[in-house]
Design a protein around this ligand. Structure first.
Ligand SMILES: *[C@@H]1O[C@H](CO)[C@@H](O)[C@H](O)[C@H]1NC(C)=O
Ligand SMILES: *[C@@H]1O[C@H](CO)[C@@H](O)[C@H](O)[C@H]1NC(C)=O
Ligand SMILES: *[C@@H]1O[C@H](CO)[C@@H](O)[C@H](O)[C@H]1NC(C)=O
Ligand SMILES: *[C@@H]1O[C@H](CO)[C@@H](O)[C@H](O)[C@H]1NC(C)=O
Ligand SMILES: *[C@@H]1O[C@H](CO)[C@@H](O)[C@H](O)[C@H]1NC(C)=O
Length: 520
């Protein structure tokens, strides 16, 4: 949509420029020239795209959600753009990233369960192009900075083989912000330790002590400064912030000495640094004259982690749960090309939607992808139209331990961990994870514990009326329950087998120069 608008605008401008030559030329020649120039001009006036993904950044952690943490730069961009307030991601890291990159639900990529641990031979399947592949095909230069977390056990899974011209970042899910090292003992029979920082495919040994938020900001700014005028760029900037470990240079803590909870104080400092970095990026765009022609999307990857300073108040639950606190995400879009600047968007939008949306903005096509689960939301965001998305499969995870008793024989098995949204209705089954309501420490409010029966495995909420999931309607709305269970059953039939392989000791960084990287 934006491309045809641009084409039209450019076309009009072009015809105006060339009108004085018309008398001297044959009309046919002019039209031919027009057509060629229009294509060239349109290509170069397509916007740059920066997608910023924050890590474990909760619903209550951004200034404009009445947070006690100040985010002046994010607030400014969001206020001048479109705030997405009915925006969903996935409850944990790899799943959100996989859906952004592929435009496909986890049941369709085999990544239904958990994350990809550094020692697992796993990755986002190679059978469908990534959003970066498609944007690159549309003529963009493409750059990834920061966290990958989509697999690296073979070269083919590395970012530079998944559509990115350049990559600077780390391949696993978390590490030390200063040393860029990770020790992973998730599978308790093993302990693997190594450096995890790469420039393209080469390990980077000389950045010890360089705080990753600054390092990645500087790398992003060099992408912005080095980029060639004639070719728009796509920058995927996946910050390490604000994931644990809670580490931040002391100066960012100074404004938050009044926050008594030490985790929350560190988290506030980490957020402040990220906000400053995004301010620096905006300033670099401005200084190089590219701000007007850059579309910036900001998104979290999942809800805040309560145990590591994050907060999702007033939503229920947190990271890794199927409650709203797990995946009702912070997100906004900024850019001069938005028609609806300065608005709040309440349409249902999901992280899988960025694939067709951004490929569309880039003037590309989705040829050659496996069937997408995402929808093109450009009109919804830019013009405030109705979302084409009526339904959202949050996930079906057959590997999580089943919970309670099977309640019905002729539809989806309620013991399985799953959640789905249809219009305003949300249905949850199985074990959704901790469902407490946890206020941020400074409010001195009591945590409201989840009082549900231990064997309960079915909930229904009207999210529009009850966004914080206080009133389970599953007993009073059996028809809606049946309908949504049938939809889960339908989706489960389209699922491919989940892949969650055992750790492979050959991953050990000791065998690879002390660095995490491909081992097969
Ligand atoms: C990254 O590697 C490329 C070559 O692959 C090199 O040109 C560039 O200078 C390196 N950048 C940094 C920041 O090390
Ligand atoms: C590390 O090496 C790269 C590539 O030579 C260089 O660009 C970068 O400035 C170095 N970093 C430090 C902290 O010296
Ligand atoms: C932002 O830019 C300022 C001024 O150059 C610098 O001091 C600061 O470290 C930068 N912040 C980040 C997070 O990169
Ligand atoms: C861009 O820079 C100009 C000139 O310094 C300044 O007036 C303007 O506020 C800046 N815009 C943004 C969005 O930072
Ligand atoms: C995409 O596929 C359609 C249908 O196969 C085809 O008509 C179109 O030319 C293709 N576009 C590109 C750019 O390959």
């Amino acid at each position: 949509m934006i491309t045809s608008d641009l084409l039209r605008n450019v076309g009009v401008r072009h015809i105006w420029i060339f009108s004085s030559f018309v008398t001297a030329m044959h009309l046919a020649e002019v039209l031919l020239l027009c057509a060629c120039c229009t294509v060239l001009l349109a290509k170069s006036s397509r916007p740059n795209i920066i997608f910023i993904l924050a890590d474990d950044y909760g619903f209550h952690d951004i200034g404009y959600h009445k947070s006690e943490i100040k985010t002046p730069n994010l607030d400014k961009l969001a206020a001048a753009g479109v705030k997405l307030e009915n925006y969903y991601v996935q409850p944990i890291c790899t799943p959100t990233r996989s859906q952004f990159m592929s435009g496909r639900y986890q049941i369709h990529t085999g990544l239904q369960h958990g994350i990809i641990w550094g020692s697992q031979p796993n990755g986002l399947p190679l059978d469908s192009p990534t959003v970066a592949d498609k944007i690159k095909q549309a003529g963009y230069s493409t750059h990834a900075v920061g966290k990958w977390h989509l697999g690296f056990y073979k070269d083919a899974y590395l970012p530079t083989n998944r559509g990115f011209d350049s990559y600077y970042g780390y391949l696993t899910g978390s590490e030390d912000y200063f040393t860029h090292k990770l020790c992973d003992n998730h599978f308790s029979r093993y302990l693997f330790c190594g450096l995890d920082l790469r420039n393209n495919t080469n390990p980077v040994f000389n950045e010890t002590g360089h705080y990753s938020t600054s390092l990645f900001t500087e790398r992003a700014i060099s992408v912005i400064k080095d980029h060639i005028e004639s070719k728009p760029f796509f920058l995927y900037l996946a910050y390490q912030s604000t994931h644990s470990p809670l580490q931040v240079p002391g100066k960012y803590l100074n404004p938050y000495s009044h926050i008594k909870d030490l985790n929350r104080r560190s988290f506030a400092g980490m957020t402040a640094c990220m906000d400053e970095g995004i301010g620096n990026i905006t300033a670099a765009l401005n200084a190089t004259g590219q701000l007007e022609n850059t579309l910036i999307v900001f998104s979290t990857d999942n809800g805040g982690q309560i145990h590591a300073g994050g907060n999702n108040w007033p939503l229920r639950g947190w990271k890794a749960s199927l409650w709203e606190g797990g995946f009702h995400g912070v997100g906004f879009v900024y850019g001069d090309m938005l028609k609806n600047k300065g608005t709040v968007n309440n349409q249902l939008i999901h992280v899988s939607d960025w694939f067709p949306t951004l490929v569309g903005v880039a003037g590309g096509n989705t040829n050659g992808t496996k069937p997408l689960d995402g929808f093109d939301q450009w009109k919804t965001i830019s013009e405030g139209g109705a979302s084409p998305r009526k339904e959202l499969l949050h996930n079906i995870d057959i590997l999580t331990h089943p919970k309670g008793a099977k309640l019905f024989n002729n539809t989806f098995d309620t013991r399985i961990r799953a959640a789905i949204r249809l219009g305003d209705w949300k249905l949850i089954t199985g074990d959704p994870g901790n469902g407490s309501w946890i206020p941020p420490p400074h409010l001195s409010k009591e945590t409201v514990m989840d009082k549900d029966d231990k064997a309960k495995n079915l909930w229904l909420f009207d999210i529009a009326k009850d966004p914080n999931e206080h009133n389970d309607l599953s007993a009073s709305q059996p028809g809606i329950v049946k309908k949504l269970l049938d939809r889960l059953e339908y989706y489960q039939k389209t699922a491919i087998p989940r892949r969650y392989p055992d750790p492979d000791p050959k991953c050990d960084p000791k065998l690879h120069g002390g660095v995490w990287g491909p081992w097969e």
